[in-house]
Design a protein. Sequence first.
Length: 200
Amino acid sequence: MARQMLYSNRPQDALELVRLAQDGARDVAGPRVRAMLRTREAWALAALGRTSAFTRATEQARQDLGEAAPEQTEPHWIAYFDEAELAGTTGGRLLELARQDPRTHANRAGEEIRQALSQRGPEAGRSNALDRLGLAEVYFLGGDLSAGCQETHAALDVAERVQSGRVREGMAWLYSYTVGHGASRPVREARARLREQLAD
């Protein structure tokens, strides 16, 4: 429910729902569940522009995940939440902050996304596609059009093998960065490829 509130641009409602979940799970949640809930809290805080609180929640998520051990029994559905997922989620939130303040947040967003990519396996197609789309946006935000175009192609290489509404949204968002640079051949090529895949 909190995720739906975030996608609906209702971060305060999302934060209240996450905190209800945290209160309800306080005595039974294992470290992975606690870490996941902290990232949802951090997501809502970032959307509210509360960057210091976002940073604190993210660090708490890292501490919680650091307590996870193979011998611990946690619900099967939380097995996906590992260091790569934490880095990718954190990078995505920092990217959202970077859209408002790229000088403060873009480099760190890139660091987290690259960490996620280095830790994910090839089976994580959707996550890899989202990470690479995010990294391409980081480069565009920083004014590195060459790297942005290169990463766009890398993202599309993965995205063309994935059926995902979120990946399509990411491609459409990235497309906006390629508009207004018509004189640059690499940007024109990246834009054309994005347009082609979005038309499929």
